[in-house]
Ligand binder design. Structure first.
Ligand SMILES: [Ca+2]
Length: 234
């Protein structure tokens, strides 16, 4: 209740989350003075904003969510980029798994995994990094990826796969998902010394099609990259 009269995003979360909505109703009963800010916020933002929850998993075990023998053949595409002031190149990888097999938790669902690789990107006088990835994804299918009995939105493969940097948050605004890296993925002081993110994954009912993704670097430069995401509104 104490947080209700805070920024617009927090107010919008009230409309996306039942627990918060109940909290809002309670605060309304207790005070009533927050009605105007809520109305203004709804007028300013037309889409629902939600925080997606992120869990860590290991490979190849994560494949068992979608495949009965846990052995999948992934479809990989990537788009190269170089950050301002850096040399060499990095890439955004889009990986999809075959549609989830009947009898698995992910039956009928499509897993999308992304990875940002700056291992071959280098800087001489300073190092740039990637702090954000966003793309239109549409509805998210939640699954219990880490086996703790509750549904999860995003999984990060922190064991058994490439990479060292995990997204620190994933926020859904309308159909768009913004992955943020509290610690950016950095280029290195020589080719081969840069960092890669872990693969981070999310599921959808829709098969893939080409989209434009956006990344933001540590200097707030924005770049448009080819990626694949669910064709959720064919
Ligand atoms: Ca879980």
């Amino acid at each position: 209740m104490k947080k209700v009269i805070k920024p617009g995003i927090r107010l919008l979360e009230i409309y996306c989350n039942e627990a918060d909505s109940n909290q809002y109703k309670q605060s309304q009963n207790n005070g009533g003075r927050i009605v105007l800010p809520v109305i203004l916020t709804v007028l300013l933002f037309s889409s629902c904003i939600t925080n997606l929850n992120i869990v860590t998993v290991s490979a190849p075990a994560i494949n068992c969510i979608f495949d009965s023998d846990c052995n999948v053949t992934a479809n990989d595409t990537s788009d190269d980029f170089v950050l301002s002031g850096m040399a060499g190149s990095g890439f955004l990888q889009s990986r999809t798994l075959p549609v989830g097999e009947a009898g698995t938790p992910g039956a009928g669902l499509y897993a999308y995994e992304y990875r940002i690789d700056l291992r071959q990107m280098a800087g001489l006088t300073h190092l740039e990094g990637v702090k954000e990835l966003s793309l239109d994804f549409g509805p998210v299918s939640s699954l219990d990826y880490n086996g703790d009995g509750s549904a999860d939105d995003v999984y990060v493969i922190t064991a058994g796969g490439l990479g060292t940097v995990a997204p620190s948050s994933a926020v859904k605004s309308g159909n768009r998902i913004i992955f943020k890296f509290g610690t950016s993925i950095y280029a290195g002081n020589a080719p081969g010394n840069g960092q890669s993110s872990f693969f981070f994954g999310i599921a959808s009912r829709s098969p893939a099609y080409p989209v434009e993704a956006h990344i933001v670097d540590t200097q707030n430069n924005s770049y448009t990259l080819d990626a694949r995401a669910p064709n959720f509104n064919p």
